[in-house]
Ligand binder design. Structure first.
Ligand SMILES: [Zn+2]
Length: 418
């Protein structure tokens, strides 16, 4: 899998692990890191954004098109794959890589979050998550053991523990504490049930709501269990961004340096870039593809809705200079699609959403590539200053206060002129 490495730089986890985390560079100002994560289906570069292919397909994109965005790690949903095609079919075909002809890495969630968010009638007990089948209403139970068994059948390179997820905005502190402690107990059950630790990497999920003491306690308990990677969960549920940043910051300060850190459900470029400065490495979100279906293009100057009449006669690419298959001129092997064309098809044809999905996913992956390059060259603070300057057209009074404050906490003053 990987080339010969310097033994001193290698992280050999005493517990089974199917990954290797090579720390490449650390920002001398912020907590940002650049790393290479070597997974069973090839290496990926951190920090990274992972697009979400819910039903083993990224809405609107073929696996080949996804590959062309430079994506080498995408998400699949265990809940959806477990329902259809189902575990038997997954076992018969040999897992999700074969099912979707995807030769690169896959990360699966535990299925728990999907259930709690999709099914109003779900109920969490110590045993697992109880719910009524969306097909025929029969009572079903997702246990930590069943979640891991499904993910073992899917064969994903990174699998997630079943956790007890509570909205960060919940006022019920006792319930948040119970969920955090239960998530630790469920991790132990997941570790015991995991049959393929030599080929699939189990990540724990830090819970504890917005209570920093609970988060610290959870970090200590989860880190002691020594999983190959660590996720920070339960965020992006409508909490204030300042609170979100505090949680990410406190968790990363307690996590081992030589393991990947994944902040779940984060997809806005600003949130990702600030989280990277706070020491996080991996992110996922349906937002770039979902927003494409509403005609929104994500660009370095913000998100614009190409359905707006102003784009009817705009014959520039979605973003000038963008090297995605959609924006790249035909003379350079791309499709040479214009804003006017997307405007024309956005409302009535799925092609508009497909093209914008290609652009949006490419935009985020390229943003991460540039962020990584800046970290490696130790100019991440200047990169962030430039990014915010461009995004807000030089109007500093429009910068979100939470971002200014969070970055100040790691040594960057966005408001000064570097
Ligand atoms: Zn593009």
């Amino acid at each position: 899998m990987s080339a010969v490495e310097d033994e001193d730089d290698m992280v050999l986890s005493p517990s089974p692990s199917a990954l290797k985390f090579d720390l490449v560079a650390r920002c001398s100002t912020t907590k940002a890191r650049a790393a290479t994560l070597r997974l069973p289906h090839g290496p990926v570069q951190l920090p990274m954004f992972m697009p979400v292919a819910t039903q083993a397909s990224l809405k609107g994109l073929t696996p080949k098109q996804l590959e062309e965005t430079s994506c080498r790690l995408c998400l699949n949903n265990t809940y959806h794959l477990g329902l259809k095609p189902g575990q038997k079919t997954l076992d018969a075909i040999g897992g999700a890589h074969k099912l979707q002809s995807w030769p690169h890495n896959i990360l699966t969630d535990s299925g728990g979050f999907q259930m709690v968010s999709l099914l109003k009638l779900s109920q969490v007990t110590e045993e697992g998550v109880r719910f009524l089948s969306p097909h025929d209403g029969t009572p079903m139970l997702l246990t930590p053991e069943h979640s891991i068994s499904l993910q073992n059948s899917i064969g994903s390179d990174i699998i997630m523990q079943l956790d007890d997820v509570i909205a960060t905005t919940s006022p019920d502190h006792e319930r948040i504490k119970e969920a955090m402690l239960r998530s630790v107990r469920w991790l132990d059950r997941c570790i015991a049930a995991h049959e393929k630790p030599e080929s699939q990497n189990l990540f724990c999920i830090i819970q504890g709501g917005l209570d920093l003491e609970l988060r610290k306690e959870c970090c200590r308990a989860m880190v002691a269990r020594d999983t190959p990677g660590i996720a920070i969960g339960g965020l992006s549920g409508g909490e204030a961004k300042a609170e979100f940043c505090k949680v990410v910051d406190i968790c990363t300060s307690l996590l081992p340096e030589k393991k990947p850190r994944y902040v779940m459900g984060v997809g806005y470029p600003e949130d990702i870039l600030v989280s990277v400065a706070l020491g996080a490495d991996m992110f996922d979100c349906v937002w770039p593809t979902r927003t494409a279906r509403f005609g929104n293009a994500v660009t370095s100057t913000g998100t614009s809705n190409l359905r707006h009449a102003a784009y009817a006669y705009d014959f520039r690419p979605v973003e000038e200079g963008c090297q995605c298959a959609c924006c790249r001129p035909q003379s350079e092997g791309g499709l040479g699609v214009t804003r006017a064309y997307i405007h024309h098809v956005a409302a009535k044809e799925t092609a508009g959403a497909h093209l914008l999905s290609i652009h949006n996913v490419h935009f985020l992956l390229e943003l991460m590539r540039r962020a990584r390059e800046a970290i490696v060259e130790d100019r991440y603070p200047a990169f962030l200053v430039d990014y915010f300057d461009k995004l807000y057209g030089g109007e500093k009074d429009k910068y979100p206060q939470w971002a200014v404050d969070a970055l100040k906490g790691v040594g960057i003053d966005l408001m000064s002129n570097l």
